[in-house]
Design a protein around this ligand. Sequence first.
Ligand code: HEC
Length: 164
Amino acid sequence: MNKKVVVVRYLLVCALIVGGYTLSIGHVAASGSIGTQASAQPREDLRRFMQSKVHQEYTFLSYTIWHDHPLTPAKMDSIAASSVKIIGLSKELTVYVAIYKEQGWSNEDVKLFEEKRLQLSRVAEELNRAALRRDAREVHNFFTHLDSTCQSCHKRFRPDLQWL
Ligand code: HEC
């Protein structure tokens, strides 16, 4: 994937976070206490990131792999490209680990988040390779793994998310 795009995306996430912090600090200063507003903003950022980026790739992949038969070479290429995007997104998730640490996540939470983030990247790598090999069976197999990786992280942090 284009390095420029990755860099621009990374900068965008940074800008969002810096913006979020500035807003939070504003709230704290205004109310004179460390309230819920201060911790709500980074959480909103992660939710937006999940919705607009991670889930978008997931939706594309699930439609292409599960519902749009047959898996032509062109579709395999787009699956490979989408997997590369997910690898990039899982790198971007490190930003949130640092934020949540400061927001009071336990060491266990941080450890699990980091493990699942790396797992997402590894499974996306496998999916990428399977798609480049044009191996439809393995593409299905690794997409199922990807799906359960999303779920296993949400099970801890957002057990209410049952759409997958
Ligand atoms: C490393 C852990 C982790 C992985 C892996 C992960 N997520 Fe998430 N996701 C989260 C967390 C944490 C939240 C909740 C953010 C919050 O509400 O504070 C979340 C929230 C979401 C949300 C809800 C956003 C909202 O509106 O509340 C969607 C959608 C989502 N994730 C999609 C996905 C998909 C699709 C995948 C797999 C491709 C995935 N996530 C993988 C951690 C993860």
